[in-house]
Structures are given as C-alpha cells and as structure tokens.
Design a protein around this ligand. Structure first.
Ligand code: M6R
Length: 611
C-alpha cells in the first residue's frame, strides 16, 4: 500500500524544550494539511494543549502569547476528513490523561463512538481520532500495565489507516507511536528522539531515521525506541541515514509534486472508497446522508478537470442507476437561464471547493429549488458550504497545479454516488451489483500496476517533445479521458492538444492528420473496441503516428501503432481510473523534456476564484 498524505504529525522526547522543535517540524509538514494545527506538551504533570483552526501561523500567534513548557510533546497539522476544520476538531485530542495526534481514517469510528458513548464517555469533537484517545484511556482504566500496552489494546479494536503519536500525563517522558498504512518515521538523536509523518519535518534535527512499517508500535524515551507488533512481540527495524534535502523529502523523493501526486492515486482512491463502499451488501453509503427523494435527473456542474470527471459521471449514473444525467460547464450554466427544479439533484464537483464559476452555478441551481450535492476535496470550503449534501474526496492536499489525484478520487466518489442511487432505485441488483463492487475494490491495485508498468515515459517524450499538435481520441467513458489527456498535455507542456470523441474524427479532425501528427487513441477492450480500431486504421492510413492505450495482453494492437501504453483489463465504466494514468505520465514527461515548470505552469493558478 502506498503512503497516505493527509495531515502531518510530529513528536519529541528528550531534554530540550519541545515546543520550538514541534513548531519547526510542523512548518515543514504544512504542505500535508493546513486547515488547523495544534500541539500538546507535557512537563511531567499535565499536558498543555494549544490548538486552533487555520494555518500554522494562527497557532504560532497563540504560542507567541504563551508557550507550553516541557521536554516531550506531540504536534499536528490537519487536513480534515471527519469533522469540519474548527478549534474543537483540531488535534491533539484528549481523553483523561491521554493526548493523541493522528493521520489516516478510522473506518469503524461510528460503531466505536456509539459504544464509548453508551459506556458514559463524552466526546468534544466530530473527529474519528477522538475515538482513539478514548479507547486508549479506557484500556488504561481497565488495567493496562503501561501506555504502550493500552495503545496496543486500543488499536486491536480499530480498522482503517493510522499513524499516531500518543502521550500520557501519567507516563513522564514517554511517547508511543504506531503505524498502519499511513507513513511514520522515527528520528534518532543523541539523548533525544523524534517522530514525524515524513523525513523533512525532522531533517534539521537528525539524518538518522527509522522508518516504521505497518503494524509497528514504538515506545520512545530520550534513550531510544522499543518496537513491537500489535501482540507485543519485539520487531527489529534497521535505521538508515537520509541524504535527501528537505525540499526533496517534502516531495517524498519525487522531483515534482505532480509526479508524487500521480503516484498517490491508488491511495487517494482507496481512501475515498474507505468505509463507504460496502462489499458485504454491495452498496455504497454517503456518510449518514441519503439522497431522498430520489432525483428524476442528475445535473453535474464543474470546470476543467472536474468537468471531465463529471462527463465520466454521466456514464456511471446513467448506466448504473439508470437516471438521466446532464453535465454542464459551470461557467455556461450560470448565465443560461437553466431549467432545474426540485426533482433534480445538482452535483457540483470541485477539487478546491472555491472555483468561482462552480460556486455561482451551484448557488443558482439551489435558488431554483434543486437539491445540491458537492463532491469536493477541501473540507468546509465554499462549495460544500453552499450545498445540501457533500461527499469529500480524500485525496489529501493537491499542490501541483495540474490536477491528477483529485480527478481519480472524483471518479471514485461519482462511482459511489451511482451505486448509492442504483441500489436505492433497484436499477443495480443481484450479480451485477456483486460484480461491480468486486471490480471497484480491485481498481486501486490495478492503478498501482498501471503506474509501475508505464514507468517514466522519458523515451516517448523525447520522440514527441517538439511536435506542434497532439490529438487524443476515445469513446464512451474514455471520451472524457481523451479530453483530460489533452488538457493535461496543453496545460503543462504548452503543446496544442485536442480531445475528441473517436466517432467524431471523420466529421472534421481527420483533416489534421498527416505529417506524423501524434494521435493518442484509447483503444481498450470493451464496447466500441472494434470501432476504435477502425479509427486507428484511418489515422495510420494518413501518416498519423498512433500512441495507443490498450488492454494488457491485446497483442493484436501492437503492429497497428507506434507505441502502446498498457492498462489492466477492467469493466468499461471503471476503465477511466486506469486509462488516465499513462496520459498524466505522458504530459508530465513531455513537459519535463521541454524544460517547463511542471508544478506551476505559466498563466495558471491552483484555485480559480475569479470569473
Ligand atoms: O478546484 P476545481 O476542481 O473546481 O478546479 C477546476 C479547474 O480550475 C481545474 O480542474 C483546472 O482545470 C486544473 N488546472 C486542471 O488540471
């Protein structure tokens, strides 16, 4: 499983003042989350918590007024998943003497919370993390012999992803750290120890690091760490000396955020599905929300890459739920006297949640009586706030201007919505439901396989880096992927690129083909495959150079194209989460070959908050 990238964690135990060390670490981790931050520092008596909503600067301001004193502590910078950004939802979370910071998702937090409340415990936040603090405190009260023993007892009840750092007012100068599917590293100092979500947070302190593995629990004091598994068996992990610069480490060793984010996609999709896709009942839940009454039509509104996700959403919703679905550019919808009303579900899709056109379009639809549903990556941003219902993608902060991991996470969220609607109106049932859910569960793994197999595409990029134009063709659910492939290429390589429905080629764009024009054709197996092969032959006959995205094992395609990018077999509706990956890598490689600034391409901004 790949590293998760939501929230940043730090910890310190030693002989120096913990607060400045934690703050320095959090500054390095702010790229992992920035909607709230906090620290808990202990002087051996009682942990002092300082936490607040907003960027780290807000916490720094509070600490400048009064800085907690103590030689051990933990800190956190948050990217909200459960519970909106607020002072109460900021970490650390406390229960009795226990303070916890957490990165990840406790999937069974609802049941655990209900049980803990029934046993008399009172919660003060909406987070899944507070459940962990209570479970650890409960284990101590039930007689756990030590803090580490209590953490083990708590984690045995938890399913999901976590990297945690824990301290107790009653265990002076001890920290406990544990990891499952979220990254966690220990820094080995001289007479002091550090914990961090990733190396850059503590590089200034030490280069000797010990990377924890899934299932590890570490008990730390100033002299070192004892690592065990969940059952208390000792585990040996070899320390290593990290040679990265802090900048390299922030990108987890990748040269650009975009490349890092491309590789985070299997994780982003896994997290977006987690706890929502229910394989036991072949259903999808939208976090205590029901789309009732069921809409007679779905209208999707979005811009740019999110609009392309919406176009795939049309296929998903119409095929799976058999509900008519329209997709509109938000900038067009808002000025068009649109016909929407109370029987429509209007879905606004946005990575940032702040795109001015999408926000205005959603408000317009709501004013006309439609029920509004946001699919968004930034918790509590403007579009979710303006909507009746919301489903958050859990991609973590996306820094590269070219959207990648948020796109595939949006596709996962739209698939959940389609399954949810289809199960409720009966359009999705029986074997079809079982097969779809089983196939969807396979997608993150197939995404990892695709990324691995595609590799860096440097050679392909060298071949095409100096062309003037590119054409991208696809059919059905892969038509939006042709549009997205073209958008990715033009926004970072500055090469003119057009995306077209393959069937439209003969109605105009065929005139462009000749002189070696590169044509990327998504020619995966499934409905329409034979027709795409005919398009491919038409391009070849006119001296176009074909780069095919094809299904692994389809050797027949090899002698019909210049280059092939392989993806594993998948049902057509789920293919977009795979076929887009080589196109993102192609855009990245060509932009790099042309010497462009991949993460901050010219003239573009990450959030478009103007019309
Ligand atoms: O934050 P949003 O998803 O609402 O942003 C919409 C577009 O501005 C965005 O997708 C843009 O097209 C990206 N640069 C594409 O990579």
């Amino acid at each position: 499983m790949l590293a998760r990238a939501m929230c940043g964690i730090v910890g310190y135990v030693g002989t120096r003042e913990a607060t400045p060390i934690l703050l320095a670490g959090l500054r390095r981790l702010e790229y992992r989350g920035y909607d709230s931050a906090g620290i808990a520092v202990c002087n051996g008596e009682q942990a002092h918590l300082v936490r607040c909503q907003g960027k780290l600067a807000a916490l720094e301001k509070l600490l400048a007024e009064k800085s907690p004193v103590g030689a051990y502590g933990i800190g956190h910078t948050r990217w909200a998943t459960h519970g909106r950004p607020s002072d109460e939802n900021a970490h650390p979370h406390k229960a009795g003497p226990i303070s916890v910071v957490h990165n990840g998702i406790v999937e069974n937090h609802v049941e655990l919370r209900e049980r803990l409340i029934a046993s008399g415990r009172v919660f003060s936040s909406q987070t899944d993390t507070e459940v962990l603090a209570h479970l650890i405190d409960e284990a101590l009260q039930a007689g756990a012999a030590s803090l580490v023993e209590a953490v083990r007892a708590a984690l045995r009840q938890v399913t999901g992803a976590y990297a945690i750092a824990v301290l107790s007012d009653r265990s002076p100068n001890v920290l406990v750290a544990a990891k499952n599917a979220s990254p966690l590293v220990l820094g080995l100092g001289k007479g002091e120890m550090f914990i961090a979500s990733d190396a850059p947070a503590i590089l200034e302190q030490t280069r000797d690091m010990l990377f924890l593995e899934d299932g590890d629990i570490a008990e730390l004091d100033h002299s070192g760490a004892r690592i065990t598994d969940l059952d208390g068996n000792p585990v040996v992990r070899k320390p290593r000396t990290v040679t990265w610069t802090a900048g390299q480490a922030e990108k987890a060793g990748y040269p650009h955020f975009m490349l890092k984010e491309i590789h985070e996609q299997p994780r982003a999709v896994t997290d977006t599905l987690a706890g929502r896709l229910l394989p036991d009942s072949n259903d999808a839940v939208l976090e205590d929300q029901e789309v009732t009454p069921l809409p007679s039509r779905v209208v999707i509104l979005a811009c740019g890459t999110s609009y392309h996700a919406g176009l795939v959403g049309k296929f998903l919703i119409e095929n799976i739920a058999r509900i008519p679905c329209e997709v509109d550019l938000a900038s067009e919808f808002r000025y068009r006297e649109p016909v929407v009303g109370s029987r429509d579900l209007v879905v606004g899709i946005s990575q940032s949640g702040e795109t001015a056109d999408t926000l205005a379009a959603v408000k317009e639809a709501r004013a006309r009586g439609a029920r509004t549903f946001a699919i968004c990556n930034v918790v509590d941003s403007a579009i979710p706030r303006a909507s009746d219902l919301v489903l958050y993608t859990r991609a973590g902060p996306e820094i590269g201007v070219a959207s990648t991991k948020c796109f595939t996470a949006q596709l996962a969220a739209l698939t959940l919505l389609a399954i949810h609607l289809g199960r409720r109106n009966g359009a999705l049932a029986g074997v079809a439901a079982t097969e779809l859910v089983a196939e969807l569960m396979q997608i993150p793994h197939k995404m990892s396989e695709t990324l691995k197999e595609t590799g860096d595409l440097k050679a392909l990029a060298r071949k095409y880096q100096n062309v003037r134009d590119f054409l991208f063709l696809g059919r059905g659910p892969n038509y939006p992927i042709a549009l997205e492939g073209a958008l990715k290429l033009k926004e970072i390589s500055y090469i003119h690129a057009e995306g077209y429905a393959a069937g439209e080629m003969k109605h105009g764009p065929i005139a462009l083909i000749g002189d070696g024009l590169p044509v990327v054709i998504i020619a995966t197996r499934g409905k329409g495959y034979d027709k795409v092969l005919s398009n491919l032959a038409e391009v070849r006959a006119r001296e176009g150079q074909v780069i095919a995205v094809a299904t692994k094992g389809d050797t027949a395609i090899l002698d019909q194209c210049e280059d092939v990018l392989w993806v594993p077999d998948a049902p057509p509706l789920l293919q977009p989460m795979l076929t887009v990956l080589p196109l993102q890598l192609l855009a990245y490689a060509v932009a790099l070959a042309r010497g462009n600034d991949v993460d901050q391409p010219r003239n573009l901004a990450k959030s478009v908050t103007v019309e």
